[in-house]
Design a binder for this molecule. Structure first.
Ligand code: NAD
Length: 482
Protein backbone atom coordinates (compact mmCIF):
# COMPACT_ATOMS: atom_id res chain seq x y z
CA UNK A 1 0.00 0.00 0.00
CA UNK A 2 2.80 2.39 -0.79
CA UNK A 3 1.42 5.80 -1.80
CA UNK A 4 2.88 8.75 -3.60
CA UNK A 5 1.86 12.15 -2.29
CA UNK A 6 -0.65 12.48 -5.18
CA UNK A 7 -3.89 10.67 -4.42
CA UNK A 8 -6.46 10.00 -7.16
CA UNK A 9 -10.18 9.28 -7.01
CA UNK A 10 -11.34 5.64 -7.06
CA UNK A 11 -13.99 5.13 -9.73
CA UNK A 12 -15.05 1.94 -11.47
CA UNK A 13 -12.38 -0.17 -9.83
CA UNK A 14 -9.40 2.02 -10.66
CA UNK A 15 -7.62 5.23 -9.77
CA UNK A 16 -8.86 8.17 -11.82
CA UNK A 17 -7.51 11.67 -12.41
CA UNK A 18 -10.12 14.33 -11.56
CA UNK A 19 -11.72 15.84 -14.67
CA UNK A 20 -11.13 19.26 -13.07
CA UNK A 21 -7.36 18.67 -13.22
CA UNK A 22 -7.26 20.19 -9.73
CA UNK A 23 -5.75 18.86 -6.49
CA UNK A 24 -6.17 20.06 -2.92
CA UNK A 25 -3.66 19.84 -0.08
CA UNK A 26 -4.23 17.77 3.04
CA UNK A 27 -2.26 19.11 6.00
CA UNK A 28 -0.84 17.07 8.86
CA UNK A 29 -2.39 18.50 12.05
CA UNK A 30 0.62 17.55 14.19
CA UNK A 31 3.01 19.62 12.09
CA UNK A 32 0.88 22.00 10.05
CA UNK A 33 2.85 20.79 7.00
CA UNK A 34 1.41 19.46 3.72
CA UNK A 35 0.82 15.71 3.84
CA UNK A 36 -0.79 14.84 0.50
CA UNK A 37 -2.22 16.27 -2.70
CA UNK A 38 -5.66 14.83 -3.38
CA UNK A 39 -7.86 14.85 -6.49
CA UNK A 40 -10.37 17.67 -6.20
CA UNK A 41 -13.24 16.08 -8.06
CA UNK A 42 -15.97 18.13 -9.66
CA UNK A 43 -19.49 17.70 -10.96
CA UNK A 44 -18.41 15.64 -13.97
CA UNK A 45 -16.63 13.17 -11.71
CA UNK A 46 -19.72 12.83 -9.54
CA UNK A 47 -21.85 12.26 -12.60
CA UNK A 48 -19.45 9.63 -13.88
CA UNK A 49 -19.25 7.86 -10.52
CA UNK A 50 -23.04 7.83 -10.19
CA UNK A 51 -23.23 6.42 -13.73
CA UNK A 52 -20.84 3.52 -13.09
CA UNK A 53 -22.46 2.78 -9.72
CA UNK A 54 -25.89 2.72 -11.38
CA UNK A 55 -24.63 0.49 -14.15
CA UNK A 56 -23.06 -1.91 -11.66
CA UNK A 57 -26.27 -1.97 -9.65
CA UNK A 58 -28.55 -2.56 -12.63
CA UNK A 59 -26.25 -5.29 -14.00
CA UNK A 60 -26.82 -7.30 -10.82
CA UNK A 61 -23.10 -8.08 -10.59
CA UNK A 62 -23.30 -7.44 -6.83
CA UNK A 63 -26.97 -7.05 -5.95
CA UNK A 64 -27.90 -10.38 -7.52
CA UNK A 65 -25.13 -12.37 -5.88
CA UNK A 66 -26.50 -14.43 -3.03
CA UNK A 67 -26.30 -12.72 0.33
CA UNK A 68 -23.97 -15.52 1.46
CA UNK A 69 -21.61 -14.82 -1.40
CA UNK A 70 -21.61 -11.06 -0.67
CA UNK A 71 -20.86 -11.91 2.94
CA UNK A 72 -17.82 -13.95 1.91
CA UNK A 73 -16.43 -11.01 -0.08
CA UNK A 74 -16.93 -8.72 2.92
CA UNK A 75 -15.04 -11.21 5.09
CA UNK A 76 -12.14 -11.03 2.65
CA UNK A 77 -12.28 -7.24 2.81
CA UNK A 78 -12.09 -7.43 6.61
CA UNK A 79 -8.95 -9.56 6.22
CA UNK A 80 -7.44 -7.08 3.74
CA UNK A 81 -7.97 -4.36 6.34
CA UNK A 82 -6.36 -6.48 9.07
CA UNK A 83 -3.40 -7.26 6.80
CA UNK A 84 -2.86 -3.52 6.26
CA UNK A 85 -3.66 -2.28 9.77
CA UNK A 86 -0.33 -0.54 10.35
CA UNK A 87 -0.37 1.49 7.13
CA UNK A 88 -4.04 2.42 7.54
CA UNK A 89 -3.50 3.43 11.18
CA UNK A 90 -0.47 5.54 10.32
CA UNK A 91 -2.28 7.44 7.56
CA UNK A 92 -5.28 7.88 9.85
CA UNK A 93 -3.08 9.29 12.60
CA UNK A 94 -1.23 11.56 10.22
CA UNK A 95 -4.37 12.98 8.57
CA UNK A 96 -6.51 13.38 11.74
CA UNK A 97 -3.82 13.93 14.39
CA UNK A 98 -5.33 11.20 16.57
CA UNK A 99 -3.06 9.06 18.79
CA UNK A 100 -1.70 6.06 16.90
CA UNK A 101 -3.01 3.57 19.45
CA UNK A 102 -6.54 4.95 18.95
CA UNK A 103 -6.13 4.86 15.16
CA UNK A 104 -4.98 1.23 15.28
CA UNK A 105 -7.95 0.31 17.47
CA UNK A 106 -10.35 2.05 15.07
CA UNK A 107 -8.93 0.29 12.00
CA UNK A 108 -9.31 -3.07 13.74
CA UNK A 109 -12.87 -2.16 14.76
CA UNK A 110 -13.56 -1.28 11.13
CA UNK A 111 -12.45 -4.83 10.23
CA UNK A 112 -14.77 -6.16 12.97
CA UNK A 113 -17.56 -4.11 11.40
CA UNK A 114 -17.03 -5.76 7.99
CA UNK A 115 -17.04 -9.15 9.71
CA UNK A 116 -20.28 -8.38 11.53
CA UNK A 117 -22.06 -7.42 8.29
CA UNK A 118 -20.44 -10.32 6.40
CA UNK A 119 -22.28 -12.60 8.82
CA UNK A 120 -25.42 -10.46 8.90
CA UNK A 121 -25.86 -10.32 5.10
CA UNK A 122 -27.80 -13.59 4.90
CA UNK A 123 -29.80 -12.94 8.07
CA UNK A 124 -31.87 -10.10 6.72
CA UNK A 125 -35.19 -11.89 6.89
CA UNK A 126 -38.61 -10.87 5.69
CA UNK A 127 -41.93 -11.76 7.34
CA UNK A 128 -44.89 -13.87 6.41
CA UNK A 129 -48.11 -12.02 7.16
CA UNK A 130 -51.51 -13.61 7.86
CA UNK A 131 -53.55 -11.33 5.58
CA UNK A 132 -57.33 -11.76 5.33
CA UNK A 133 -57.33 -12.50 1.57
CA UNK A 134 -56.93 -16.13 0.51
CA UNK A 135 -53.28 -16.60 -0.12
CA UNK A 136 -49.82 -16.04 1.14
CA UNK A 137 -48.26 -12.67 1.93
CA UNK A 138 -44.58 -12.06 2.56
CA UNK A 139 -42.02 -9.25 2.70
CA UNK A 140 -38.54 -9.05 1.16
CA UNK A 141 -35.77 -6.56 1.85
CA UNK A 142 -34.35 -5.19 -1.42
CA UNK A 143 -31.22 -3.03 -1.80
CA UNK A 144 -32.09 0.67 -2.22
CA UNK A 145 -29.80 1.04 -5.26
CA UNK A 146 -27.06 3.67 -5.49
CA UNK A 147 -26.16 5.06 -2.09
CA UNK A 148 -24.02 8.13 -1.34
CA UNK A 149 -22.10 7.86 1.93
CA UNK A 150 -20.90 11.23 3.25
CA UNK A 151 -18.35 10.98 6.04
CA UNK A 152 -16.86 13.48 8.57
CA UNK A 153 -13.22 13.93 9.56
CA UNK A 154 -13.21 12.83 13.20
CA UNK A 155 -13.33 9.01 12.73
CA UNK A 156 -12.83 8.83 8.95
CA UNK A 157 -12.03 5.17 8.44
CA UNK A 158 -14.32 3.81 11.14
CA UNK A 159 -17.38 5.81 10.09
CA UNK A 160 -16.69 4.88 6.47
CA UNK A 161 -16.80 1.21 7.56
CA UNK A 162 -20.03 1.78 9.55
CA UNK A 163 -21.68 2.86 6.30
CA UNK A 164 -19.89 0.82 3.63
CA UNK A 165 -20.26 -2.58 5.34
CA UNK A 166 -24.08 -2.63 5.77
CA UNK A 167 -24.68 -0.81 2.46
CA UNK A 168 -22.67 -3.47 0.58
CA UNK A 169 -24.03 -6.36 2.63
CA UNK A 170 -27.52 -5.30 1.54
CA UNK A 171 -26.47 -5.33 -2.14
CA UNK A 172 -26.19 -1.62 -2.94
CA UNK A 173 -23.61 0.16 -5.08
CA UNK A 174 -21.95 3.05 -3.28
CA UNK A 175 -20.20 6.38 -3.60
CA UNK A 176 -18.05 7.50 -0.67
CA UNK A 177 -17.48 11.22 -0.13
CA UNK A 178 -14.74 11.57 2.49
CA UNK A 179 -14.21 14.82 4.39
CA UNK A 180 -11.64 17.07 2.75
CA UNK A 181 -9.41 17.12 5.85
CA UNK A 182 -9.22 13.32 5.85
CA UNK A 183 -9.74 11.61 2.47
CA UNK A 184 -6.70 9.30 2.56
CA UNK A 185 -7.85 6.12 4.31
CA UNK A 186 -11.16 6.07 2.39
CA UNK A 187 -9.10 6.21 -0.80
CA UNK A 188 -7.00 3.28 0.43
CA UNK A 189 -10.20 1.27 0.86
CA UNK A 190 -10.75 1.24 -2.94
CA UNK A 191 -7.85 -1.08 -3.86
CA UNK A 192 -8.51 -3.23 -0.76
CA UNK A 193 -12.14 -3.68 -1.85
CA UNK A 194 -11.02 -4.64 -5.37
CA UNK A 195 -8.52 -7.16 -3.96
CA UNK A 196 -11.31 -8.66 -1.84
CA UNK A 197 -13.50 -9.16 -4.89
CA UNK A 198 -15.92 -6.22 -4.84
CA UNK A 199 -16.83 -5.83 -8.55
CA UNK A 200 -15.82 -2.69 -10.46
CA UNK A 201 -18.24 0.21 -10.09
CA UNK A 202 -19.79 -1.09 -6.87
CA UNK A 203 -17.53 0.95 -4.55
CA UNK A 204 -16.37 4.41 -5.62
CA UNK A 205 -14.53 7.11 -3.65
CA UNK A 206 -14.96 10.68 -4.83
CA UNK A 207 -13.00 13.27 -2.85
CA UNK A 208 -13.73 16.98 -3.15
CA UNK A 209 -15.45 19.86 -1.41
CA UNK A 210 -18.74 19.29 0.41
CA UNK A 211 -20.27 22.33 -1.24
CA UNK A 212 -19.71 20.93 -4.75
CA UNK A 213 -19.08 17.16 -4.68
CA UNK A 214 -21.22 16.51 -1.57
CA UNK A 215 -24.12 18.65 -2.78
CA UNK A 216 -23.97 17.20 -6.29
CA UNK A 217 -24.21 13.66 -4.90
CA UNK A 218 -27.17 14.48 -2.66
CA UNK A 219 -29.05 16.29 -5.43
CA UNK A 220 -28.23 13.75 -8.16
CA UNK A 221 -31.34 11.99 -9.51
CA UNK A 222 -29.28 8.81 -9.94
CA UNK A 223 -28.66 8.55 -6.18
CA UNK A 224 -31.37 6.65 -4.29
CA UNK A 225 -30.20 7.20 -0.75
CA UNK A 226 -27.81 9.41 1.21
CA UNK A 227 -26.29 8.33 4.50
CA UNK A 228 -24.74 11.43 6.02
CA UNK A 229 -22.64 11.98 9.13
CA UNK A 230 -21.58 15.49 10.04
CA UNK A 231 -22.77 18.72 11.57
CA UNK A 232 -26.44 19.34 12.24
CA UNK A 233 -26.35 22.46 10.03
CA UNK A 234 -24.97 20.45 7.10
CA UNK A 235 -27.53 17.70 7.75
CA UNK A 236 -30.30 20.23 7.37
CA UNK A 237 -28.86 21.31 4.00
CA UNK A 238 -28.68 17.64 2.92
CA UNK A 239 -32.39 17.25 3.68
CA UNK A 240 -33.18 20.32 1.58
CA UNK A 241 -31.17 19.03 -1.38
CA UNK A 242 -32.66 15.55 -1.15
CA UNK A 243 -36.24 16.82 -1.09
CA UNK A 244 -36.88 17.38 -4.83
CA UNK A 245 -36.14 13.73 -5.72
CA UNK A 246 -37.53 12.26 -2.47
CA UNK A 247 -34.07 10.75 -2.02
CA UNK A 248 -33.91 8.62 1.12
CA UNK A 249 -31.80 10.26 3.83
CA UNK A 250 -30.36 9.10 7.12
CA UNK A 251 -28.49 11.56 9.30
CA UNK A 252 -25.98 11.17 12.13
CA UNK A 253 -25.40 14.66 13.45
CA UNK A 254 -23.99 16.64 16.35
CA UNK A 255 -24.25 16.11 20.08
CA UNK A 256 -23.84 17.77 23.46
CA UNK A 257 -24.09 14.71 25.61
CA UNK A 258 -24.24 14.55 29.40
CA UNK A 259 -22.54 12.39 31.99
CA UNK A 260 -24.85 12.35 35.03
CA UNK A 261 -23.22 11.42 38.33
CA UNK A 262 -25.10 10.64 41.55
CA UNK A 263 -23.53 10.55 45.00
CA UNK A 264 -22.47 7.16 46.29
CA UNK A 265 -20.26 6.27 43.31
CA UNK A 266 -16.47 5.95 43.39
CA UNK A 267 -15.78 9.60 42.59
CA UNK A 268 -12.23 9.20 41.35
CA UNK A 269 -13.02 6.26 39.07
CA UNK A 270 -16.08 7.94 37.58
CA UNK A 271 -14.17 11.20 37.11
CA UNK A 272 -11.49 9.24 35.25
CA UNK A 273 -14.12 7.70 32.94
CA UNK A 274 -15.88 11.06 32.46
CA UNK A 275 -12.54 12.51 31.34
CA UNK A 276 -11.93 9.62 28.94
CA UNK A 277 -15.32 10.12 27.34
CA UNK A 278 -15.02 13.89 27.01
CA UNK A 279 -11.39 14.27 25.89
CA UNK A 280 -10.80 11.22 23.69
CA UNK A 281 -9.99 12.25 20.12
CA UNK A 282 -9.29 15.73 21.59
CA UNK A 283 -13.02 16.06 22.27
CA UNK A 284 -13.75 15.82 18.53
CA UNK A 285 -16.34 13.12 19.06
CA UNK A 286 -20.07 13.37 18.43
CA UNK A 287 -20.61 11.28 21.59
CA UNK A 288 -18.17 13.28 23.75
CA UNK A 289 -19.83 13.71 27.14
CA UNK A 290 -18.98 17.40 27.20
CA UNK A 291 -21.56 18.30 29.88
CA UNK A 292 -20.84 16.72 33.27
CA UNK A 293 -23.78 16.96 35.68
CA UNK A 294 -22.90 16.08 39.28
CA UNK A 295 -24.98 15.81 42.44
CA UNK A 296 -24.14 18.85 44.59
CA UNK A 297 -22.92 16.80 47.58
CA UNK A 298 -19.95 15.47 45.57
CA UNK A 299 -19.54 18.37 43.12
CA UNK A 300 -16.36 19.93 44.52
CA UNK A 301 -14.60 16.62 45.03
CA UNK A 302 -15.62 15.58 41.50
CA UNK A 303 -14.31 18.78 39.89
CA UNK A 304 -10.98 18.32 41.67
CA UNK A 305 -10.73 14.78 40.40
CA UNK A 306 -11.66 15.77 36.84
CA UNK A 307 -8.98 18.45 36.83
CA UNK A 308 -6.42 15.92 38.13
CA UNK A 309 -7.22 13.41 35.38
CA UNK A 310 -7.38 15.97 32.58
CA UNK A 311 -4.07 17.49 33.68
CA UNK A 312 -2.50 14.02 33.53
CA UNK A 313 -3.44 13.45 29.86
CA UNK A 314 -0.28 13.09 27.80
CA UNK A 315 -0.53 15.57 24.97
CA UNK A 316 1.96 15.36 22.12
CA UNK A 317 3.05 13.74 18.87
CA UNK A 318 0.19 11.43 17.83
CA UNK A 319 2.65 8.96 16.29
CA UNK A 320 4.23 8.45 19.75
CA UNK A 321 2.60 5.29 21.16
CA UNK A 322 2.33 6.89 24.63
CA UNK A 323 0.42 9.97 23.46
CA UNK A 324 -3.15 10.22 24.75
CA UNK A 325 -4.16 13.49 23.10
CA UNK A 326 -3.05 14.92 19.77
CA UNK A 327 -3.74 18.24 18.02
CA UNK A 328 -7.09 19.43 16.69
CA UNK A 329 -7.92 18.89 13.03
CA UNK A 330 -6.98 22.36 11.72
CA UNK A 331 -5.77 25.79 12.71
CA UNK A 332 -9.22 27.29 12.09
CA UNK A 333 -10.91 24.67 14.25
CA UNK A 334 -8.31 25.19 16.99
CA UNK A 335 -9.03 28.94 16.89
CA UNK A 336 -12.78 28.30 16.99
CA UNK A 337 -12.45 26.13 20.10
CA UNK A 338 -10.18 28.72 21.75
CA UNK A 339 -12.85 31.35 21.05
CA UNK A 340 -15.40 29.20 22.92
CA UNK A 341 -13.07 29.09 25.92
CA UNK A 342 -12.77 32.89 25.88
CA UNK A 343 -16.54 33.22 25.48
CA UNK A 344 -17.11 30.96 28.52
CA UNK A 345 -14.91 33.20 30.64
CA UNK A 346 -16.66 36.31 29.33
CA UNK A 347 -20.05 34.86 30.28
CA UNK A 348 -18.84 34.20 33.83
CA UNK A 349 -18.03 30.48 33.84
CA UNK A 350 -15.16 29.52 36.12
CA UNK A 351 -12.19 28.16 34.16
CA UNK A 352 -10.85 25.59 36.64
CA UNK A 353 -8.34 24.26 34.11
CA UNK A 354 -6.89 26.95 31.87
CA UNK A 355 -5.68 25.68 28.49
CA UNK A 356 -3.19 28.52 28.30
CA UNK A 357 -1.38 27.34 31.43
CA UNK A 358 0.30 24.39 29.73
CA UNK A 359 3.18 24.62 27.24
CA UNK A 360 2.44 23.10 23.85
CA UNK A 361 4.44 21.60 20.99
CA UNK A 362 5.84 24.40 18.81
CA UNK A 363 4.25 23.19 15.58
CA UNK A 364 0.78 21.87 14.76
CA UNK A 365 -2.77 22.66 15.79
CA UNK A 366 -2.54 21.84 19.50
CA UNK A 367 -4.80 23.16 22.23
CA UNK A 368 -4.53 22.15 25.87
CA UNK A 369 -7.71 20.86 27.47
CA UNK A 370 -10.02 23.15 29.42
CA UNK A 371 -12.53 22.52 32.23
CA UNK A 372 -15.28 24.93 33.30
CA UNK A 373 -17.33 24.75 36.49
CA UNK A 374 -19.86 27.18 37.94
CA UNK A 375 -21.75 27.21 34.63
CA UNK A 376 -25.37 28.20 33.95
CA UNK A 377 -27.59 26.42 31.43
CA UNK A 378 -27.86 29.46 29.16
CA UNK A 379 -24.10 29.89 28.68
CA UNK A 380 -22.71 29.33 25.19
CA UNK A 381 -20.23 26.68 26.41
CA UNK A 382 -23.13 24.65 27.83
CA UNK A 383 -25.39 25.02 24.80
CA UNK A 384 -23.19 24.65 21.73
CA UNK A 385 -21.27 21.66 20.42
CA UNK A 386 -17.67 22.85 20.81
CA UNK A 387 -16.10 19.70 19.34
CA UNK A 388 -12.85 20.20 21.21
CA UNK A 389 -11.20 19.41 24.57
CA UNK A 390 -13.58 21.51 26.68
CA UNK A 391 -16.09 20.34 29.31
CA UNK A 392 -18.45 22.00 31.74
CA UNK A 393 -19.28 20.65 35.20
CA UNK A 394 -22.65 21.66 36.63
CA UNK A 395 -24.22 20.77 40.00
CA UNK A 396 -27.76 19.41 40.48
CA UNK A 397 -29.82 18.90 43.62
CA UNK A 398 -32.34 16.22 42.64
CA UNK A 399 -32.97 13.45 40.14
CA UNK A 400 -35.67 15.58 38.47
CA UNK A 401 -33.26 18.48 38.05
CA UNK A 402 -30.58 16.17 36.61
CA UNK A 403 -33.06 14.94 33.97
CA UNK A 404 -34.21 18.49 33.20
CA UNK A 405 -30.62 19.69 32.71
CA UNK A 406 -29.71 16.64 30.62
CA UNK A 407 -32.66 17.30 28.31
CA UNK A 408 -32.10 21.06 28.09
CA UNK A 409 -30.42 20.84 24.68
CA UNK A 410 -31.45 20.62 21.04
CA UNK A 411 -29.30 17.49 20.72
CA UNK A 412 -30.07 13.93 21.82
CA UNK A 413 -27.28 11.62 20.77
CA UNK A 414 -25.87 9.88 23.85
CA UNK A 415 -25.34 10.03 27.59
CA UNK A 416 -24.06 8.18 30.65
CA UNK A 417 -25.56 7.75 34.10
CA UNK A 418 -23.39 6.74 37.06
CA UNK A 419 -25.30 5.65 40.18
CA UNK A 420 -25.12 2.95 42.84
CA UNK A 421 -28.92 2.68 42.84
CA UNK A 422 -29.66 0.85 39.58
CA UNK A 423 -33.34 1.76 39.84
CA UNK A 424 -32.39 5.42 39.89
CA UNK A 425 -30.04 4.94 36.93
CA UNK A 426 -32.76 3.24 34.86
CA UNK A 427 -35.37 5.89 35.76
CA UNK A 428 -32.99 8.55 34.48
CA UNK A 429 -32.06 6.56 31.35
CA UNK A 430 -35.75 6.24 30.48
CA UNK A 431 -36.30 9.97 30.70
CA UNK A 432 -33.23 11.33 28.95
CA UNK A 433 -34.18 11.99 25.35
CA UNK A 434 -31.17 10.47 23.59
CA UNK A 435 -30.61 7.54 21.26
CA UNK A 436 -27.66 5.90 23.01
CA UNK A 437 -27.41 5.70 26.81
CA UNK A 438 -25.02 3.80 29.06
CA UNK A 439 -25.23 2.99 32.76
CA UNK A 440 -22.03 2.98 34.84
CA UNK A 441 -20.13 3.04 31.55
CA UNK A 442 -19.04 5.52 28.92
CA UNK A 443 -19.42 3.11 26.02
CA UNK A 444 -21.70 4.44 23.28
CA UNK A 445 -20.94 2.21 20.35
CA UNK A 446 -21.40 -1.52 19.88
CA UNK A 447 -21.28 -2.80 16.31
CA UNK A 448 -24.12 -5.21 17.10
CA UNK A 449 -26.48 -2.55 18.49
CA UNK A 450 -28.27 0.41 16.88
CA UNK A 451 -26.60 3.82 17.09
CA UNK A 452 -28.16 7.21 16.39
CA UNK A 453 -29.77 10.31 17.78
CA UNK A 454 -33.03 11.84 18.93
CA UNK A 455 -33.96 15.46 18.19
CA UNK A 456 -31.36 17.41 16.15
CA UNK A 457 -28.77 14.64 16.54
CA UNK A 458 -30.18 12.90 13.52
CA UNK A 459 -32.59 10.38 12.10
CA UNK A 460 -32.18 6.71 11.27
CA UNK A 461 -29.89 4.24 12.99
CA UNK A 462 -26.45 2.98 12.04
CA UNK A 463 -24.93 -0.34 13.16
CA UNK A 464 -26.73 -3.45 14.32
CA UNK A 465 -29.34 -5.11 12.11
CA UNK A 466 -31.11 -1.72 12.03
CA UNK A 467 -28.47 -0.35 9.63
CA UNK A 468 -29.26 -3.13 7.15
CA UNK A 469 -32.89 -2.08 7.24
CA UNK A 470 -31.81 1.49 6.54
CA UNK A 471 -30.00 0.41 3.37
CA UNK A 472 -32.96 -1.57 2.03
CA UNK A 473 -36.47 -1.00 0.73
CA UNK A 474 -39.25 -3.22 2.02
CA UNK A 475 -41.30 -5.01 -0.61
CA UNK A 476 -44.59 -6.75 0.17
CA UNK A 477 -45.73 -9.64 -2.04
CA UNK A 478 -49.14 -11.33 -2.08
CA UNK A 479 -49.59 -14.75 -3.72
CA UNK A 480 -53.16 -15.83 -4.30
CA UNK A 481 -54.00 -19.47 -3.60
CA UNK A 482 -57.50 -19.16 -5.07
P1 NAD B 1 -19.43 18.62 8.23
O1 NAD B 1 -20.91 18.67 8.29
O2 NAD B 1 -18.69 19.87 8.02
O3 NAD B 1 -18.94 17.64 7.07
C1 NAD B 1 -19.33 16.29 7.00
C2 NAD B 1 -19.20 15.80 5.57
O4 NAD B 1 -20.16 16.49 4.77
C3 NAD B 1 -17.85 16.07 4.93
O5 NAD B 1 -17.54 15.01 4.05
C4 NAD B 1 -18.11 17.34 4.14
O6 NAD B 1 -17.24 17.52 3.05
C5 NAD B 1 -19.53 17.11 3.67
N1 NAD B 1 -20.28 18.34 3.38
C6 NAD B 1 -20.04 19.60 3.83
N2 NAD B 1 -20.95 20.46 3.33
C7 NAD B 1 -21.79 19.71 2.57
C8 NAD B 1 -22.95 20.03 1.79
N3 NAD B 1 -23.41 21.28 1.72
N4 NAD B 1 -23.58 19.03 1.15
C9 NAD B 1 -23.13 17.75 1.23
N5 NAD B 1 -22.03 17.40 1.93
C10 NAD B 1 -21.37 18.37 2.60
O7 NAD B 1 -18.97 17.87 9.57
P2 NAD B 1 -17.48 17.61 10.06
O8 NAD B 1 -16.93 18.92 10.54
O9 NAD B 1 -16.73 16.82 9.04
O10 NAD B 1 -17.73 16.62 11.30
C11 NAD B 1 -18.00 17.05 12.58
C12 NAD B 1 -19.49 16.94 12.89
O11 NAD B 1 -19.91 15.62 12.64
C13 NAD B 1 -19.82 17.22 14.34
O12 NAD B 1 -20.98 17.99 14.41
C14 NAD B 1 -20.07 15.83 14.91
O13 NAD B 1 -20.90 15.80 16.05
C15 NAD B 1 -20.69 15.15 13.74
N6 NAD B 1 -20.55 13.70 13.87
C16 NAD B 1 -21.66 12.96 14.15
C17 NAD B 1 -21.56 11.58 14.32
C18 NAD B 1 -22.76 10.74 14.62
O14 NAD B 1 -22.68 9.52 14.40
N7 NAD B 1 -23.86 11.29 15.10
C19 NAD B 1 -20.31 10.97 14.18
C20 NAD B 1 -19.20 11.76 13.90
C21 NAD B 1 -19.34 13.13 13.73
Amino acid sequence: MGQSTRWLAWINGRQEEPTTGAFFTVEEPATGQPLAEVAECGLEDVHRAVGVAREAFESGVWANQSATSRGKVLLRLAQEIRDNVEQLAEWETRQVGKPIRDARGEVLTAADCFEFYAGAANKLYGHTIPVSATGFDYTIRMPVGVVALIVPWNFPFLITAWKVAPALAAGNSILIKPASYTPLTALLLGPLAAAAGIPDGVLNVVPGPGRTVGEAMVAHPGVDKVAFTGETRTGSRVLELAAPNITRVSLELGGKSPTIVFQGVDVDRVAFLAVQSAYANSGQDCCARSRILVQREIHNEFVESVVKHVSALKLGDPLDPDTEMGPLISQSHRDRVATYVAQGQKEGAELVLDPNAKSLPQKGFYLSPAVFSGVQSDMTVVREEIFGPVTTVQAFDSEEQAIRLANDTKYGLSGSVFARDIGQALRVVNQVRAGVMSVNSIKSVHLEAPFGGFKQSGMGRELGMEALEMYTELKNVFVSTD
